[in-house]
Design a binder for this molecule. Structure first.
Ligand code: DX5
Ligand code: ZN
Length: 216
């Protein structure tokens, strides 16, 4: 069954504890935490203190998406803050030695993911499938919540799902950006196993109903 990972990015940070508890009780599978440094992406969000605070109030897996120019530098800190799964971007300069970055996540005892931006060819991750737990296919250019899904992403999801199946590796295929009740079926049909949804869930009148519908 597909997993639903609501993103906190568009939440009101004054009430972040209430939002996390609400998502926890609404059947979210993972909580997706978007960490931005205003260098890799043109926006800043939150860092380790927020992950620690969220960790204190939920036992759901924390899916930490690092949009950082130098994720290598912060892996230990995010692991110690309570992340369960740490995803780095293939495009980050410190990912030039991608296996080394993945290994450092694994050495912290955490699951490892690699994200690829909409303009990045999925062959960039061809030789790390065996090393990772998750591929994050970005379906918007990262930096902001509530953007529109880029339709060509569907054939990239199919491409990644096909490669993973041919290689026989049990990676999750997570799709992040612009996922909503209109497009989730085509995203799942393309091969997604984890749907990130920020605006569509957190800003909805009935977040639990949206989570249920996305999973149905
Ligand atoms: C984009 C982030 C997100 C995204 C999801 O930079 O990685 O996780 O904001 O939010 P929605 O679903 O609002 O696009
Ligand atoms: Zn994200």
């Amino acid at each position: 069954m597909v997993k639903i990972a609501p993103s906190l990015l568009t939440a009101d940070f004054a009430y972040i504890g209430d939002t996390v508890k609400m998502l926890d009780e609404s059947g979210a599978d993972w909580i997706h935490c978007d960490v931005m440094d205003n260098v890799f992406v043109p926006n800043m969000s939150f860092g380790q203190p927020m992950i620690q605070a969220i960790r204190r109030i939920t036992s759901k897996p924390l899916d930490v998406h690092l949009m950082l120019i130098d994720p290598m530098k912060y892996i230990r800190e995010f692991a110690d803050s309570g992340a369960d799964l740490i995803t780095v971007h293939a495009e980050s300069p410190s990912s030039v030695h991608l296996q080394r970055v993945i290994a450092s996540i694994k050495q912290c005892g955490k699951k490892a993911g690699v994200a690829i931006n909409p303009g990045t060819h999925p062959d960039a991750i061809e030789f790390v499938y065996e090393d990772i737990d998750l591929v994050l296919v970005m379906s918007v250019n990262p930096g902001y919540g509530a953007q529109s899904f880029i339709p060509q992403t569907l054939r990239k999801i199919e491409y990644v799902a096909d490669r993973a199946a041919r290689l026989g590796v049990p990676v999750e295929i997570e799709v992040d950006g612009g996922v909503n009740l209109e497009n989730y079926r085509s995203i799942r049909d393309a091969g997604a196993t984890v749907l990130v949804a920020g605006h569509a869930v957190v800003d909805a009148e009935d977040p639990a109903g949206v989570i249920e519908a996305l999973r149905s």
